[in-house]
Design a protein around this ligand. Structure first.
Ligand code: KIV
Length: 278
């Protein structure tokens, strides 16, 4: 049985931490699912770590759906959250049309949107149609040009009060959880205490109800930029490079393939073919 929204909310009530990771393809989703993570985010970070864009801004609905479908084929237990790309929820009609596509076509069970009070009415509207919504405040990469870069947020009293208010407004609007990205740990703790829905931190300290990371970061696969908030649990890029170089060396040296990787044929058949063809 797939994890439900109420089970995610119950985890906060029970004080059980919520681990979440991104996944963008079938194979990775299967691994994350088998490891027992309750939440998978098909993040628009795929634009950077899978497609090589410099920001998440160019990511389209079609690209998100393509990857969400693959993740949904691989993950059968985790609740899959589809990340709404830039400008696909700018008005309510658009938001409803596009969130519905994530659920109907993509196979996600929930969506994530960036923003606080300014998108509260949109969140209400999506939730009223039966689609669970995860909020996302703090460093919101889709507003990078307005924010002036990938910097931590909520560091002044005014900004911190604004974020606390945004979190409470999102809760009132019906969001089932909120991502807190790159904000001071003490502020996340306060937001976590003052909201009854789970907070999922990324660069937001230990006191959030859960944590989310980009899988390519924790596996050491995406190395263009290593965020301060990540920890590399593996160095897959290095491992892959070594394996690829070894393969190329063996092909050149004719030590790959060996008979173990080859198919055999009866010698008498070969003789027959050679005679007939010549
Ligand atoms: O797109 C993404 O992966 C995200 C996470 C960093 C929260 O939004």
């Amino acid at each position: 049985m797939r994890i439900s929204i109420s089970e995610i909310k119950e985890m906060k009530e029970k004080g059980e931490k919520i681990p979440m990771l991104t996944a963008y393809d079938y194979v990775t989703a299967k691994i994350v699912d088998a490891a027992g993570l309750p939440l998978i985010l098909v993040g628009d970070s795929l634009g950077m770590v899978m497609l090589g864009y410099e920001t998440t801004i160019p990511v389209t609905m079609e690209e998100m759906l393509h990857h969400t479908k693959a993740v949904a084929r691989g993950a059968k237990q985790a609740l899959i959250v589809g990340d709404m790309p830039f400008m696909t929820y700018a008005n309510r009609d658009q938001a409803l049309r596009n969130t519905a596509r994530f659920i109907q076509e993509g196979g996600a069970q929930a969506v994530k949107v960036e923003g606080g009070e300014s998108i509260a009415e949109t969140v209400k509207c999506i939730v009223s149609c039966g689609i669970p919504v995860m909020g996302h405040i703090g460093l919101t990469p889709q507003s990078i040009y307005q924010l002036g870069g990938f910097k931590a947020r909520g560091k002044t009293v005014e900004a911190a009060k604004r974020l606390l208010k945004d979190a409470q407004i999102l809760e009132e609007a019906g969001a089932f959880a909120i991502v807190l990205e790159c904000i001071p740990a003490a502020l996340s703790k306060l937001i976590t205490q003052r909201t009854s829905i789970p907070t999922i931190g990324i660069g937001a300290g230990i006191d959030c109800d859960g944590q989310v990371q980009v899988i390519s970061d924790i596996l050491g696969l995406y190395t263009d930029f290593v965020p301060k908030h990540t920890k590399q649990y593996a160095k897959l890029a290095e491992g892959m490079k070594t394996a690829v170089a070894e393969y190329a060396t063996e092909v050149k040296a004719m030590s790959f393939p060996t008979m173990k990787q080859s198919y055999t044929m009866d010698e008498s058949l070969l003789a027959e073919i050679s005679t007939e063809v010549s």
